[in-house]
Write a protein that binds this ligand. Structure first.
Ligand SMILES: [Zn+2]
Length: 248
């Protein structure tokens, strides 16, 4: 399983520190196994590492990821710094700005792509994400956040802030989406975003020293999911075989 951990520095700082010593990156080992049927306390030990790419708009950064193993159930887990989202190569910051520009700002795909770094022409340059990648992000966020997770977040907020006036509006610009099912999912994804901002504001109010800046809404939500004992994922491709088909 993936365990998301907060990393306060930049991707490059992580890459440099992790290349020298993964233990120095300071991602603390969680105090229990995240596997739902195990949850054994103090059972995780460092268990090697692997290398992967973290795609920034202008470079590929190779980083080492810590693996952990549970001494009780024997499962291995990856300790993922929260500038990455599980199963996505580009950094979460870029995923977040795409979703924000499309769902909240109402930019069409063409104008949205103009705002992103251009896709590199040379094989060695990364550049921004391809149009098909951006479409996949939007579709997966609409399904993951809008379809699978919206109800869970709504229930959490109603319990946390019973008298609060939760945001509910779905913006007009999404009415242009022709497919009814996709329009509904996008509107729910937008609703999820507004509720996530509401949750962030509530938590920030109670914990002024919260280490997430407002621009780190998606990493903040990955940690919220993890604290709810849910997989720390907001983007779920609706077409993959292991994607859940019913809401969490
Ligand atoms: Zn375990």
């Amino acid at each position: 399983m993936v365990i998301v951990q907060h990393y306060p520095g930049t991707v490059n700082q992580y890459a440099t520190a992790a290349a020298a010593s993964l233990a120095d990156v300071n991602l603390g080992i969680p105090d229990h196994c995240p596997y739902p049927q195990c949850q054994a306390p103090h059972s995780l030990i460092r268990w090697g590492s692997y290398q992967r790419g973290a795609l920034l708009p202008d470079q590929v950064c190779l980083i080492r990821i810590q693996r952990l193993r549970c001494k009780v159930c024997g499962r291995t887990h990856s300790l993922l710094p929260d500038f990455l989202h599980p199963h996505r190569h580009y950094v979460t910051e870029l995923l977040q700005s795409v979703v924000f520009l499309y769902l909240i700002k109402g930019l069409g795909l063409g104008r949205l792509l103009e705002r992103l770094p251009r896709q590199g022409a040379a094989p060695t340059s990364v550049g921004g994400p391809a149009r098909s990648t951006v479409c996949e992000w939007i579709r997966s966020f609409a399904y993951g956040a809008g379809e699978l997770l919206l109800g869970r977040l709504l229930r959490h907020l109603l319990a946390l802030d019973p008298g609060g006036r939760l945001p509910e509006a779905a913006p007009d610009h999404l009415k242009r989406i022709r497919g009814l099912g996709q329009r509904r999912r996008l509107q729910q994804g937008c609703h999820f975003w507004l509720l996530a901002e509401y949750l962030y504001a509530l938590v920030k109010n109670r914990l002024p020293k919260l280490h997430f800046a407002a621009g780190q809404l998606l990493p903040f939500m990955l940690h919220w999911l993890q604290n709810q004992a849910l997989p720390p994922r907001l983007f779920w491709s609706p077409t993959l075989p292991h994607t859940p088909t019913t809401p969490f």
